[in-house]
Write a protein that binds this ligand. Structure first.
Ligand SMILES: C[S@@+](CC[C@H](N)C(=O)[O-])C[C@H]1O[C@@H](n2cnc3c(N)ncnc32)[C@H](O)[C@@H]1O
Length: 243
């Protein structure tokens, strides 16, 4: 197998090429002009290039060849800084920033978790993910419950495989991540809240009341007595924790 194909497969290099989808992804991010946007897994620059018309861009790319390609074009595109780095460990800017990422799908969950944990200056994040992953992260499971006190996670639309070259075998979607202006819990509560979620999600019984063992707490949190962990919105867990 040619080396280029091997690298493409290992790094999941399915580049966005449908201009209307690129415009939609950037429209979902809508960064104020002039502000900084971080593009994780910038590849050939489909998103970076478009963003650079109105914004400063920090393009992060692991593959040295694509990083070189980005550097070659950066000046012509606008105010673009290229960093050859791993999106899973790269340092984030100190100033406030927006973030866009169409990175390999096999690191999608890890990458979103990493951004939620470490990107303290994040104003808004947009991730292109496998549709199934986007739905799971924003859905009614443990992941969404873990982050709901501090972030709103939402899935937007569906992107067909033909929007990419080469086309992946699955549908994709955009996940937006927006920090809540008023968090539902203090960041200091994270570890304790996470331990509470472990009890709720791994506990015995079908209903939340059985798992928490406190029917009055459910009432105080305005959660129906017969609710199950999968039947309440992610924010309900923060209310229940508080109650
Ligand atoms: C699916 S392609 C998308 C490229 C571009 N964002 C686009 O939309 O066309 C993913 C890109 O992420 C790069 N990549 C893979 N793993 C990475 C990592 N851990 N950190 C940074 N970039 C990575 C790949 O080399 C590839 O260029």
């Amino acid at each position: 197998m040619p080396r280029r194909t091997q690298r493409r497969r290992a790094l999941s290099q399915n580049f966005l090429h449908d201009q209307s989808v690129i415009a939609e992804v950037i429209g979902t991010l809508h960064p104020p002009p002039g502000t900084l946007v971080v593009d994780l897994g910038a590849g050939a620059g489909a998103l970076t290039r478009r963003l650079a018309r109105t914004n400063r861009v920090l393009a992060v790319e692991l593959d040295p060849r694509w990083a070189d390609h980005l550097r070659t074009h950066a000046r012509a595109w606008g105010d673009v800084t290229v960093q050859r780095a791993d999106a899973l460990t790269v340092g984030f800017p100190r100033e406030r920033f927006h973030l866009v990422s169409n990175a390999p799908y096999h690191v999608g969950t890890q990458l979103v978790r990493r951004v939620l944990t470490d990107a303290h200056g994040l104003e808004r994040g947009v991730f292109v993910l496998q549709l199934e992953t986007a739905r799971r992260l924003a859905g009614d499971g443990r992941f969404a419950a873990t982050w709901a006190p501090w972030f709103e996670l939402r899935v937007h639309g569906r992107i067909p495989p033909r929007a990419f070259r080469p086309a992946p075998s699955v549908d994709s979607a955009v996940l937006t991540v927006v920090p809540r202006p008023v968090p539902l819990l203090s960041p200091a509560a994270f570890a304790d809240y996470d331990a509470f979620l472990a009890r709720v999600f791994n506990g015995r019984g079908n209903t939340l009341a059985q798992r928490v063992g406190d029917a009055r707490a459910l009432k105080r949190a305005a959660i129906p007595r017969d609710a199950t962990p999968g039947s309440v919105p992610p924010e309900a867990f923060a209310r229940l924790y508080g109650a």
